[in-house]
Write a protein that binds this ligand. Structure first.
Ligand code: FAD
Ligand code: FES
Length: 241
């Protein structure tokens, strides 16, 4: 659980399109950026519950999030403009371990969101493989200069070579494929989250063969630990949030 579960209010400093996604910049205030792969709960204007987002970039004085507008909460966040204010809580959960020798970043779609900050924290430009469903989505690869990019029907997992410490984030089928190829990979998983700090049990998934809260155990987990994601994460599905 974070030291405080009280969200703080933060001003939007900028909002720009990156392909079909929005890069939302917030004034950092007293918040720490945390470790790459950790997440923040952002107030979604007009919605009951906040939504979880990985930190994408941490420029001086700011926190930046890459948002895919897939529903009412994310659309409301993408509609924010400079001067608007929202409540923010974080950093939350466990991020990527940085004690790796040969990092290889692997991202699929909006799953590339935590990778620019991860690359920075690894000290520069580790190799990165990114996969997108269209050329428009692939415009987001500009956030990771030098990355190798594929567009469907080529799958990003086809490019993974042995011998790397894979650090991945992307849709669930991609993560299962990465886990099968690289049993030592670190993977950032997703589940519906209502609180982000262990109070609501909305994010329960099967980890190490038992039901556990992803917001506390993860979202980044060693590949071998996740046994099933979809099965138990039903609590918030379909709920008015
Ligand atoms: C730790 C974590 C980090 C995340 N980081 C990012 C990020 O950096 N950028 C980003 O754009 N999104 C990120 N997400 C996903 C984001 O939180 C959801 O897209 C958002 O909550 C959807 O809200 P909505 O109201 O727009 O859509 P909703 O109406 O809530 O959902 C739209 C559709 O997406 C499905 N859905 C929503 N959230 C999830 C989920 N977490 N897992 C599986 N299916 C889901 C719903 O079932 C529904 O079908 C992250 C999620 C987690 C758990
Ligand atoms: S999101 Fe509430 S317990 Fe995990």
């Amino acid at each position: 659980m974070p030291s405080s579960v009280s969200p703080s209010r933060h001003r939007v400093t900028g909002s720009e399109w990156v392909g079909p996604y929005t890069l939302l910049r917030l004034e950092r205030g007293e918040l720490e950026p945390g470790a790459p792969g950790q997440f923040f709960m952002l107030e979604a204007p007009g919605r009951l519950l906040p939504r979880p987002f990985s930190l994408c970039l941490a420029p001086p004085g700011e926190l930046a999030f890459l948002v895919d507008p897939i529903g009412p909460g994310t659309e409301a966040l993408c509609a924010l403009g400079p001067g608007d204010e929202i409540h923010v809580l974080g950093p939350l959960g466990h991020g990527y371990r940085l004690d790796v020798e040969r990092p290889l970043l692997v991202g699929g779609g909006i799953g590339i969101a935590p990778l620019p900050y991860l690359a920075e924290q690894l000290g520069g430009s580790p190799p990165a493989l990114l996969g997108f469903r269209s050329d428009e989505h692939a415009e987001a690869a500009a956030l990771l200069p030098g990355s190798e990019v594929v567009v469907d029907p080529v799958l990003v997992t086809e490019l993974i070579e042995p011998g790397y410490d894979v650090m991945a984030c992307g849709p669930e089928p991609m993560l299962h494929a990465v886990a099968a190829l690289c049993p030592t990979a670190q993977l950032a998983w997703e589940a519906r989250m209502a609180c982000g700090y262990g109070a609501c049990y909305g994010c329960v998934v099967e980890i190490d063969g038992a039901l556990k809260r992803l917001c506390l155990e993860g979202p980044v987990l060693d590949a071998a630990r996740v046994t099933k994601v979809r099965a138990s994460n039903k609590l918030l599905q379909g709920a008015e949030a």
